[in-house]
Structures are given as structure tokens and as C-alpha cells.
Design a protein around this ligand. Structure first.
Ligand code: FES
Length: 104
């Protein structure tokens, strides 16, 4: 299990424990984290899983070009810490990461 924290659009801070073998988006939506529409189901096409990374103690995997391209079409302005969480796999290496959900 990997502990992840989400700051929901309302400001609520929620910690979840996620199993590996899924994306951060899948773990977050299964836990009922607010503000993640995930309209494309994780295909890196909708940008409705946009989050800002507030803390990443162990770092995060590098962004692929597909993710960077889709991030240009987010409803909110893309920032340096922007990520599409459907493109990040849950692993023990990302333990302690804090994501701010951008929502809509
Ligand atoms: S769920 Fe659509 S881009 Fe992540």
C-alpha cells in the first residue's frame, strides 16, 4: 500500500492508501476524491485528472510527451508542477506524494 494525499478543490485534505497495479487517478476516484472527472477513463486525452504536485518526497516518474501535449489543453493554466494523474502509476516510490486536485 502506498500513502497518497489529495487536496480537494474545496480545500479538504484527504489521505488514501493505494494498491499498486493501478494509476493514481484510478486509486483517487475509487476512494471518492472530489474533482477528478477522468472523462477519458485514463487515456491521456481529456486532462480532467489534472493535479498539481505539492510534495513528492521520492520524486515522480518523468512525464511522457503525450502527457505534456494533453496538459496544454487543461481548463486551468498548466504550471510547472502540473501532472495528469492517470499517467502516474501507483508504486511504493511515490509514497507521501501530495496532489492538489484542480477540478473544474
Ligand atoms: S483521465 Fe483523461 S487525461 Fe487523465
Amino acid at each position: 500500500m502506498t500513502k497518497l494525499t489529495f487536496i480537494e478543490p474545496s480545500g479538504n485534505r484527504r489521505e488514501i492508501e493505494a494498491d499498486g497495479g493501478q494509476s493514481v487517478m484510478q486509486a483517487a476516484t475509487a476512494a471518492g476524491i472530489e474533482g477528478i472527472a477522468a472523462e477519458c477513463g485514463g487515456s491521456c486525452m481529456c486532462a480532467t485528472c489534472h493535479c498539481l504536485v505539492c510534495e513528492a518526497p521520492g520524486g515522480l516518474p518523468e512525464m511522457e510527451s503525450d502527457e505534456a501535449d494533453t496538459l496544454e489543453f487543461t481548463a486551468e493554466e498548466m504550471r510547472e508542477t502540473s501532472r495528469l494523474i492517470c499517467q502516474i502509476e501507483v508504486t511504493t516510490e511515490i509514497e507521501g506524494t501530495v496532489f492538489k486536485v484542480m477540478g473544474r
